[in-house]
Design a protein around this ligand. Structure first.
Ligand code: HAM
Length: 416
């Protein structure tokens, strides 16, 4: 038997109801927030991510699926969506010329991480990117759309963490102090962090190694290093969150694992340790310029679909079963069943039946497995009386319905 590679998943129909419920909720929220869908390629030139995300990030330095095409050019399966959307935005002048625009996307991402529950090598995200506004209200809007998706989808007991990591003007003095703090504690750092210390000490705050997490607790907090512009921006975002009644926790050590962020960073988390982000994002005012576009402020987020589905496992999501299952006794009853199936499908009801003549018991079992809301029985008696027995599978009630009123009866039961 050929098996799937580690860290990828097959999504069978039993999971699809929850999957569609979540994505449907997200699409509807994006519509309400005036975000329009963009579909970008699953692979890009490696440079898109190396330049966009930062060489020192875990993603670029060790988690990308990179390969050469036949012409010797380096390609990478996208580990996230933001860099691709920015590349597309800059490359497509029509959009780049708009003063502001909001995109959302849904699709697979690839990271060569050590697979575990909720951590896959191929996983799916939905996310949104808001271009053209540096106003803190837009940071609020990007948080608000994710918050409304989490609420409407049925995620319970989550927390929103927010921080500001400053801008290229105020961050250097913070980085200097952060570096000094860690240099005096270098022996306690993991090997990666000792290397990162010189190039990008901010990355140390994002390290998941236990000894580094312990050191992080007393590290300097960025809050008191923020310049006036960044401090005002952060205060305004917090005021908008309060006005919008979105609960949040300020976390001065929240830095995120990507280099493109400026000012706002945020994570939606569950669980005791607050380590399990199911959605995250922030502002990235310099990224469009990095890709050769005109200076354009931007903010966005992405959510992990598989991670959210784990949280929704317990939530009450209606299962979308068949509207009708037609049970028959074969021969002339088969012909009648077949015409009822066609009629119901024409009328917009999902309907199925067995091809060959099988016992009623096994056909009812099948109807049950398919989650049928109604079962329609055609046997000798029904044929003779020109009726069909329609059973409501929720209430258990059944009645003989004249043949020409079957569709209306099914409609009354399934509510369409
Ligand atoms: P990220 O924090 O790297 O941010 O990923 C966002 C979400 O994707 C995570 O919170 C998590 O739910 C999910 N995720 C990440 N890695 C995995 C994995 N290996 N397996 C399963 N789920 C995973 C970004 O990707 C940024 N592009 C977000 C953003 C958009 N920032 C601004 N705009």
């Amino acid at each position: 038997m050929i098996q799937k590679p580690p860290g990828v998943e097959d999504i069978f129909p039993d999971k699809i109801d929850r999957w569609n419920h979540l994505i449907g909720t997200a699409r509807e929220a994006f519509r309400l927030f005036n975000c329009r869908e963009i579909i970008v390629p699953v692979m890009e030139f490696t440079e898109v991510f190396a330049r966009g995300l930062g060489d020192e990030t875990d993603i670029v330095s060790k988690e990308m699926f990179t390969f050469e095409d036949r012409g010797g050019r380096s390609l990478t399966l996208r580990p996230e969506g933001t860099a691709s959307v920015v590349r597309a935005y800059v490359e497509n002048g029509d959009y780049n010329r708009l003063s502001s625009c909001r995109f959302y996307y849904v699709g697979p991402m690839f990271r060569a991480e050590r697979p575990q529950k909720g951590r896959l090598r191929q996983f799916n995200q939905f996310g949104a990117e808001f271009f053209g506004s540096g106003d803190p209200f837009t940071d609020f809007e990007s948080i608000a759309v994710m918050d409304s998706i989490a609420k409407k989808a049925g995620v319970r007991n989550y927390r929103l963490l927010v921080n500001s990591i400053g801008c290229p003007h105020c961050r250097p003095s913070f980085m200097k102090d952060l570096r000094e703090y860690y240099i005096s504690r270098k022996d306690g750092l993991c090997e990666d962090c000792r290397r990162r210390l010189e190039k990008n000490p901010l990355r140390l705050l994002d390290c998941k190694v236990e000894s580094c997490i312990i050191l992080k607790k007393d590290a300097p907090a960025i809050t008191k290093y923020l310049c006036e512009g960044c401090a005002d921006h952060h205060a305004a975002l917090k005021a908008h969150l309060n006005d919008g009644k979105i609960d949040f926790i300020e976390d001065p050590l929240l830095v995120r694992g990507l280099d493109y962020y400026t000012r706002t960073t945020f994570e939606f988390v569950t669980g005791e340790a607050g380590q399990n982000a199911f959605a995250a994002g922030g502002r990235y005012d310099g990224l469009v310029e990095t890709f050769g576009g005109k200076p354009t402020p931007a903010v966005g987020f992405a959510a992990g679909i598989e991670r959210m589905l784990l949280l929704l496992e317990e939530a009450d999501i209606p299962r979308s079963g068949l509207d009708a299952y037609v049970v028959h006794s074969g021969g002339a009853a088969f012909d009648e069943a077949r015409s009822i199936v066609a009629e119901l499908r024409d009328a917009g009801f999902s309907t199925d039946m067995e091809p060959g003549a099988k016992g009623f018991k096994s056909q009812f079992k099948k109807a049950d497995r398919e989650g049928a809301r109604t079962v329609l029985v055609i046997g000798e008696e029904e044929l003779a009386g020109k009726v069909c027995t329609v059973k409501n599978m929720d209430s258990g009630e059944q009645e003989a319905v004249p043949r020409d009123r079957v569709a209306a009866r099914v409609a009354a039961i399934v509510g369409k």
